[in-house]
Every structure is written in structure tokens, then in C-alpha cells.
Design a protein around this ligand. Structure first.
Ligand code: SF4
Length: 324
């Protein structure tokens, strides 16, 4: 198969587009740019949908100013949202409520509540150059009295990262996008925090030596107004790469993704074809073990053109022997 040669202009790009591209340029090309691939899975238990429902609860079912002094999840409102989104499994409801509660009790959320102004589900559309725009939503944005932006992003998912530094690096593009939006809007500084309320990590010990309760895993990034030019350049560079996604290398793609999750057909991707061939090999080996001298198909020309070939149950005829 000849390789695909195609450049696609991307006038509007979001941080999640960049994430998809980073995961695999070829699947980004196929699913996002070609709009091909699997139908949307509406199952509320699917990871993406669980994430949306968690976001909805954090957006619409948080009570502040409670007797305890901490924000709390309004379970009645959350129950209505679960009903609307057809989250019927009590175990899933309990997990989502726990994740939401962990979020609103976290230091990251309390930092948000300390801001002078707070906006939720903040939409943005930022012009990068004559032909490119950055678009998207931020889960929650707060501004301190000095204008510093504090952006909190909720990350659903229960998978514990093998290497937290690699996971942190995977959030860098999204943090860059949010920071550029905030700084371009006039904020003197921007802090971006990603919180994973379904992954609780050890908090260490308090000064008195007693163990602190576990807390949600968080990853934070800080930027200053002087970073704007570098951020803009970095994001434009990655968009340039994305526009060439059809021919980008897949060498760096995590092979676990290829093997376990990718639905891209083998005719589109050589890596997928190689996996398919690997899977075929044990079956072919078994067949070879069962039948060490396979008979060539009738139409098949043997490698030596037929001379001296010994088929099972037949002997080569001596030179000069007539037709039986
Ligand atoms: S098999 Fe791997 S390299 Fe190929 S499209 Fe899927 S994720 Fe990308």
C-alpha cells in the first residue's frame, strides 16, 4: 500500500485535539480529521461519559457556605442529574458522588473558592494567527484580586499512572493552551491545576507525625505574562505538525494503545497490520506442526518449477520414463 499523502488545514483546534494527536497521529488523522471510525458510545459507564457526568455534578450540584465550612455535593441535585443521564447503576452513582466529594474537599478546589471571581465552563476562542484559532472550554476559572488566573480542570479516570512524570507531561499541551488564553486576556500570571479525584494518593505525614488522609492526585503548572510569545509559537508548531498527521511517524505511539484500544483498520496503519500478522503466526505455526509437508495448491507453481519435487505419496519418476 502506498503511504497516505495529505495535508489538512486546521483553522480551529482544541486542547483535546492536540491530546488525540499526541496519542497517535494516525488515529487522529483517521478519527478526527477524516471523521471516520466507530460510532459514539452512549453508555453512561463508558469512561468519556462518566467524565462528562462528573463534570455536570461539579458544575451544578455543589453547595458552598455549609455548616461544616467546606463545600458539599448536593446529593438531591446529583440524583436528578444521574436520572437525566441514565446512570442507573447504584455502584456507579456512589463512585461518581465520591469523586465529586473528593474534588470539592481538595486543596485545589478550596484554592478556586478563594478567588475573587469564578467562572465555570468558560468558553474561549483565541486567534493564534491569520488562519488558526484555539477553541475550547475550561472547567473552572478563578481570578485573584491582582488578576492572576487560577484554572482547575477535572480529569476523570481511575487508572493509576505507572509514571506520574509521564502523565504530567501529557497535560502540558492543555496547560499551555489554557495559559495562553488567560495571559492573552490580560492576566499577569496563570496557574493551571489538573485534578484526578478518582485517583487518591498518599498525603504523607503532618508535622505531628500522624498520617494525613489521602488526597486526589493533582498536577500543577505556572506561567507568567512573559511566556505568551513562546506559548503561541509552541502551539502553532504543534498545529503545523497536526496538519501533516496523515504522514506523521507512529514510532513513538504507546504500543499498549495499539494493541488494546485502537480501532483503526489495518489497511490504514502498518503497526496494526504488523499486530494482525503476529496474531496470525501462531495459527500458521500450528497448521505447519500438524502438516509438515503441505501439498501445494493445484494452481501453485512449486519454487523449483516442478523438477525433482517430491509430493507426499509419490516418487520422482526417473529421466526417460514414459507417461504411466
Ligand atoms: S494501531 Fe497504533 S499506530 Fe496504528 S493507528 Fe492505532 S494507535 Fe496509531
Amino acid at each position: 500500500m502506498t503511504d497516505i499523502q495529505q495535508t489538512i488545514e486546521l483553522p480551529q483546534i482544541s486542547a483535546s485535539d492536540i491530546n488525540s494527536y499526541r496519542e497517535c497521529p494516525r488515529s487522529f488523522w483517521f478519527y478526527v480529521l477524516m471523521r471516520a471510525g466507530a460510532l459514539v458510545d452512549r453508555n453512561p459507564d463508558a469512561a468519556l461519559n462518566r467524565g462528562s457526568i462528573l463534570h455536570l455534578v461539579l458544575q451544578h450540584a455543589v453547595r458552598v457556605g455549609t455548616d461544616s465550612g467546606l463545600p458539599e455535593i448536593d446529593t438531591e441535585r446529583a440524583t436528578i442529574l444521574f436520572g437525566q443521564k441514565q446512570v442507573d447503576d447504584p455502584a456507579v452513582r456512589t463512585e461518581l458522588l465520591a469523586a465529586a466529594q473528593h474534588t470539592v474537599h481538595s486543596d485545589a478546589y478550596l484554592r478556586l473558592l478563594d478567588c475573587a471571581t469564578i467562572h465555570r465552563e468558560q468558553q474561549f476562542h483565541l486567534r493564534l494567527d491569520d488562519t488558526h484559532y484555539l477553541k475550547g472550554f475550561m472547567d473552572a476559572v478563578g481570578y485573584d484580586v491582582d488578576g492572576t488566573a487560577y484554572i482547575l480542570d477535572y480529569k476523570s479516570g481511575t487508572k493509576v499512572a505507572d509514571d506520574p512524570e509521564t502523565l504530567r507531561a501529557s497535560y502540558r499541551d492543555q496547560a499551555d493552551c489554557y495559559a495562553l488564553v488567560a495571559l492573552s486576556g490580560g492576566a499577569p500570571a496563570a496557574q493551571i491545576c489538573f485534578i484526578r479525584p478518582e485517583v487518591m494518593v498518599d498525603s504523607g505525614r503532618a508535622a505531628g507525625g500522624e498520617a494525613e488522609p489521602p488526597r486526589p492526585q493533582t498536577f500543577s503548572f505556572s506561567y507568567a505574562s512573559g511566556d505568551v510569545a513562546a506559548l503561541r509559537e509552541r502551539i502553532r508548531a504543534v498545529i503545523g505538525d497536526m496538519e501533516q498527521a496523515a504522514t506523521a511517524s507512529t514510532d513513538q505511539v504507546d504500543r499498549k494503545l495499539c494493541k488494546n484500544h485502537c480501532q483503526v483498520p489495518a489497511r490504514i496503519c502498518a503497526v496494526k497490520r504488523a499486530f494482525k500478522d503476529e496474531r496470525k503466526q501462531p495459527a500458521q505455526q500450528k497448521q505447519a506442526d500438524r502438516d509438515p509437508h503441505p501439498q501445494p495448491e493445484p494452481h501453485e507453481q512449486p519454487p523449483d518449477g516442478g523438477a525433482g519435487t517430491c509430493l507426499p505419496g509419490r516418487q520422482p519418476r526417473p529421466p526417460g520414463a514414459g507417461t504411466p
